[in-house]
Design a protein around this ligand. Sequence first.
Ligand code: GDP
Ligand code: MG
Length: 440
Amino acid sequence: LGSSLRGTLDDLRGKSRLSEEDIEDIVKEIQRSLLQADVDVGLVQDLSDSIETRALEEEPPAGTTPRDWVLRIVYEELVDLVGESTELPLEEQTIMLAGLYGSGKTTTAAKMAWWFSTKGLRPAIIQTDTDRPGAYDQSKEMAERAEVDFYGDPDEDDPVKIARDGLEATENADVRIVDTAGRDGLNEELIEQIERIEQEVQPDRDLLVLDAAMGQSAKSQAADFEAAIGIDGVVITKLDGTAKGGGALAAVNETDSTIAFLGSGETVKDIERFEPSGFISRLLGMGDLKQLTERVERAMEETQEGDEEDWDPEDMLEGQFTLKDMRKQMQTMNNMGPLDQVMDMIPGLGGGLMDQLPDDAMDVTQERMRDFDVIMDSMTEEELENPRVVGQSRTRRICRGSGKPEERVRELLQQHKQMEQMLKQFQGMGDGDMERMMKQ
Ligand code: GDP
Ligand code: MG
């Protein structure tokens, strides 16, 4: 399946112009793959139209072959189709799971709890399923395996009361995940119950859990849950099977939401955050579409003046320097070379200026950079924007989440401070100062 798309793309190699027919061939192959992956026919048609229109109308940028350019368009449109990952700030929140019987809610609750615990947060599962015999035991056991807090009450048959008591009992948790009951089909009773639980819980996020094998019925199911409680994100489970999960895209489209997590197994660790490029590769059965399009990106970078999204060293010289800036800069370093070379690219800052700085200000080894990256994954938005708020207790939480020693976290903060100071020096420098420094 992927190989035929690959074959079609290979046939275009070396062509200096793509005909309408060439583009049709590619679009047909993509359609075939997507339909086989259960993607809704209407969505596939929209995608095809966009790709065709753009491929015929847009000129490849200088230095890019027509084949690479079409690939790029295909990739961009696919990213547009599958969407970005649901935003999930690493902070206190309550998440409620909804979905049909057997879709994987209880398993997902434990998986998500485990995932949040790896980020240094303290999760708790609240089990409100009073319908399914054994739901309590199943959930409790999974919570134990995930090593997270759990609340349930096997003797209570009012799910709303369990939810209320559960919120109270898990007050010390950072992230509360409320699991709900399902039914064989979506009926009045389920909808009414889940609405009542939702009103009691007032979750920050409602996630719809869908089995990857769920075909076209995902759409109407999603519409019903959307109407009842409002869906903020989708979790696709059982991607370890043969199903590719394309059906879920209709649900995403229907609820105007995004995909948060993917589940790929029965253990609590079989969870990953949704990420467009991996999912697209899976849908198309093709491994490296993103990598292929990176060539175009490089060519575009060379011909175009800085992209808005990209890190621009000049931005850094104005205003605040956050940990996010530092991270972007670290990533750029990986692509461009060390910071002193990057600084050389800034007009007016070139020359031997960097030689004036203490050597260790720039000394970030690869290994430390990797550690820093992992550590920053465990930090909250607030901490990344303003590292000054990170004190003892936050440092400990970040250590637990990242599995890195406290010393490393302090190194990261230290490094940030040094770079910030250095940049302040640059900011304070007029042209005259700069020349004087160069002469020295
Ligand atoms: P719920 O009824 O929505 O709470 O669904 P459960 O969490 O009880 O899951 C139903 C079945 O699907 C269980 O046997 C789970 O072990 C299984 N399951 C859930 N998620 C996955 C997954 O990602 N992969 C596989 N292979 N099985 C899963
Ligand atoms: Mg369940």
